[in-house]
Write a protein that binds this ligand. Structure first.
Ligand code: NDP
Length: 454
């Protein structure tokens, strides 16, 4: 029996922290986890889960519109924001309970309160000190809002999930995952929506063709896209409206401004000054390949480390750490070919390299692309199109990148990610028989090279 109160003290009961805690406990470690806000972290409470529920809700008017082509006459749908908001909140509370049970059933001690590291083996919560052989920081991130005049009138995605009233006119600032997803949500739910992004085209880092295709589709759905522009100031008018001044000199009157301008590691008040933990240039916690910080007894995983700010990555990191430390099974996360989806409308999903990244690596590529109207929209009358792109390394015939913009892209790309992880070649794709009629079958029937580059 060690002299410490716990073998592992985890700070933060989000995706990574909960996974690491319960696995470590399952391997026989004595584990405590401290949480000061909500069980399940960003993903469950103000991220992936409520966002996806809102995305489902925001697709309904389109489905109703599409119904006419299939012979249904449906009255114009009426939207009640409090119903969606509160049903979502009930579901989140149910999930919070499930997370509590998961921890309890795994024998992990949950300590509710804000944890501060006192020394490399001691954590204080609510004035009480606990010792631990190891401490794991899994505190995640928090939205950043630019420091501009009137920033206090700007909300982040955290508040968007709980708005008192649904805004009629919304401006979303940013060009990353959250901005594009929320622009689709607000627009789909009926708000007059404008997305303002400081660069020439949103979704920096995604494949250029995917970005261009998505911009067309998103604009066609009704989101006003304003690029190469930023917000200069926000001023609240006497009647509660917000006057937004943009860097191009123009002004807008809106009811809500939401910034999705990145997230910062949540480390305020964590007591890092009492340790040798170091930060990276971007302000995340510096760790080695085994998630150990510069303070040997302290580890960190998930968004606070910021390798890839994705729930499944935090889960994988939590599992790897627990196996390594408590199951004598050294494990590292493979960050290659991690599939991801942006739940904008239509969805984007992608795995592997972008064309730009592959060219930078010096690859000669055969590129296969296709763009078509989804079968559903032949009768729905809707103009939405689907885009698919396969990047094949010419010398090895290996599929090194796969991208899709279209309905259910995330559902489709998940399977392709398995094939790519297994090293599938274009010949493997070609010899796979399609499932007909689906959009997904296009990935195994693209025969003609669109272009060769590199
Ligand atoms: P991102 O870092 O993805 O995007 C931030 C955006 O804000 C960029 O377009 C950036 O521009 C812009 N920006 C940054 N600072 C400013 C500023 N001062 N003024 C104006 N614009 C600014 O952050 P998000 O907040 O969208 O999301 C955080 C992370 O969460 C994502 O990277 C992703 O990993 C994860 N996430 C994943 C989801 C999913 O899997 N579906 C969903 C939501 C989030 P520029 O491009 O010029 O830097």
């Amino acid at each position: 029996m060690s002299a410490y109160d716990f073998d592992l003290f985890v700070i933060g009961a989000g995706s990574g922290g909960v996974r690491a805690s319960r696995m470590a406990s399952g391997f026989g470690a004595r584990v405590a986890v401290a949480e000061d806000t909500f069980l399940g972290g960003t993903c469950v409470n103000v991220g992936c889960v409520p966002k996806k529920l809102f995305v489902y809700g925001s697709h309904v008017p389109e489905e109703v519109e599409a119904a006419a082509g299939y012979g249904w006459s449906v009255a114009k749908p009426e939207f009640d924001w409090p119903t969606l908001r509160d049903n979502k909140t009930k579901e989140i509370q149910r999930l919070n309970g499930i997370y509590g049970n998961i921890l309890a059933n795994a024998g992990v001690e949950l300590i509710e309160g804000r944890a501060t590291i006192v020394d490399p083996n001691t954590v204080a919560v609510n004035g009480k000190q606990y010792t631990a052989e190891r401490i794991l920081i899994a505190t995640g991130g928090w939205p950043k809002i630019p420091e501009i005049p009137g920033a206090e009138h700007i909300i982040s995605s955290n508040e968007a999930f709980y708005l008192e009233e649904f805004p009629k006119r919304v401006m979303v600032l940013g060009g990353g995952y959250i901005a594009v997803e929320f622009a689709g949500i607000f627009n789909g739910l009926g708000a007059d929506t404008e997305l303002v992004y400081r660069g020439p085209l949103f979704l920096r880092g995604f494949d250029q063709e995917v970005r261009e295709f998505t911009a067309n589709e998103v604009a066609q759905k009704g989101v006003k896209l304003t690029f190469d522009t930023n917000i200069e100031s926000v001023e609240k008018q006497a009647n509660g409206e917000l006057k937004v001044r943009l860097t191009d000199g123009s002004e807008r009157i809106v009811d809500c401004v939401m910034a999705a301008t990145g997230r910062a590691p949540k480390i305020d008040g964590l007591g890092l000054e009492n340790t040798a933990v170091k930060l990276t240039e971007s302000g995340t916690l510096a760790v080695n390949d085994d998630y150990q910080t510069d303070e040997p007894s302290i580890y960190a995983i998930g968004d606070v480390v910021g390798r890839m700010e994705l729930t499944p990555v935090a889960l994988a990191e939590g599992m790897a750490l627990a196996k390594t430390l408590y199951n004598n099974q050294p494990t590292r996360v493979d960050y290659e070919n991690i599939a991801t989806a942006v739940f904008c409308q239509p969805n984007i999903s992608t795995v592997g390299l972008t064309e730009e990244q592959a060219l930078e690596k010096g690859m000669r590529l055969r590129i296969y692309t296709t763009s078509f109207k989804h079968m559903k929209h032949t009768l729905s009358g809707m103009p939405e199109r689907t885009f698919m792109k396969l990047l094949v390394e010419d010398s090895s015939d290996k599929v090194v990148g796969c991208h899709m913009v279209g309905q259910d892209a995330g559902e489709i790309i998940q399977g392709i990610a398995v094939a790519m992880k297994a090293g599938a070649t274009k010949a493997d794709f070609d010899s796979t028989i399609g499932i007909h009629p689906t959009a997904a079958e296009e990935f195994v029937t693209m025969r003609d090279v669109t272009r060769v580059v590199g």
